[in-house]
Design a protein around this ligand. Sequence first.
Ligand SMILES: [Zn+2]
Length: 227
Amino acid sequence: MGCLSACSTSGPWAASSSRDGLTLVPPGGAAQAVLREMWFGSPAIWTPPPISNTDIQFFDVSGSTQAELIASFKKAALCDTHKCLPDPAVPTGGTAWALEGMESGTWSTPYCYSPKTTTLLFRTYILLPLWSPVPVGGVTITLVEKWNALEQVLYTHEAGHVAITVEDLAALNDQAHLSPSCTALFAFWSNPAVFDKLNADQNAYHARLRADCRPAVGCIPPGWLGW
Ligand SMILES: [Zn+2]
């Protein structure tokens, strides 16, 4: 099954070129201010809560500044290694920062005794970035806070995709159960167009988010927190 791209963040990369790195300052009050800004493990890096029937997978990004993290996302090129759903409303060239998808399905029974009881079982997965800075003061607390905010938006966004997948697959199973025969049921599921509505619903979700783009609903407004 294909995976579905996150709202590709189409913000201009140049806008994210500010450096969060520590600058050398003479000893005194300013040095203490810098020290206060250094991250020694608190706040903790946010970890996503589990989602039912969904695997949470990670890909690594690295960097000690926001600009380096953004470059790391670009380098990860998720859509080069995963099949991303083309979204006609998003210009190509954007970078996906997280993904949602379906893992290959299995049948509820090893043999189709009746189409009414033969259900396609599936798991979903989401793929989120994993950043593992070492808590020895090499990154700023501000950057960790920005990261945590980003990760939560990405999680919210992909959890929204999962909900759509679960709902649409349930509807497809309902429809398949009405097939007149097992042969018809297998033909139903092997039709490439069977997932057209799911794909359209995922794109419609993106369109809804773009129309009212807020972090709370899983959308990153352009330039938000420098991401
Ligand atoms: Zn998306």
